[in-house]
Design a protein around this ligand. Sequence first.
Ligand code: URA
Length: 231
Amino acid sequence: MNNRAKIIDGLKKAMEFYRELGFEYLPAKIEQKRSPLTPDPCPLPLNKDIALQALRDEIGDCTRCKLSRKRTNLVFGEGPHDAGIMFIGEGPGRDEDIQARPFVGEAGKLLTNLIVKLGLTREEVYIANIVKCRPPNNREPDEEEIATCMPFVERQAEIIKPGVIVSLGRISAQSLLGTRISISKIRGRFFDYKGIPLMPTFHPAYLLRNPKDKWLTWDDMKKVLEKLKGN
Ligand code: URA
């Protein structure tokens, strides 16, 4: 395809994309900061912003499952929409529920340190959870809650299309991969998640309780960096 044909093809795809989202007109261009590890340059960066905002609007003030009854805030996720790495945890805890931001408590501090050790900043990665509302008393989300919320994180991943997804902990890995295999058996190697390499690793909260296993997660993260560099 020559350059002109590529541009026309890109525009056609973008217009179809907007039409599916219910737009009748093309919105104006908005500047967007790019992450240094961006694997998937989007021909029209606005696409991802619009698609994620549309998803957020669709979730709305969600009451689809019983977690909504006790939550303070829904925690959608945060980060650049063209991030190279997307971390997916289990569900918000107490601090996240209060601040409406993922991984801002003790486990979040450990995750942030890990990100920095990778040579990145928190602002350069996307962070989300399997369920978007806090399970009371930090219990694990049940199957019904996970099934209700899964389509949203799936669509977040599809829109962001990061170079690598890192699933944090058993619930995240098992839910995304549709398996019941234990996290210690599946961590440390890549799986395919809808065309995106997915690396399961331990949950930061587990690492707080079992610091001796931090080096295993570090090993996993080194593989993630290699993958992003194309090795
Ligand atoms: N644990 C998670 O799984 N997600 C958060 O956002 C915080 C703690």
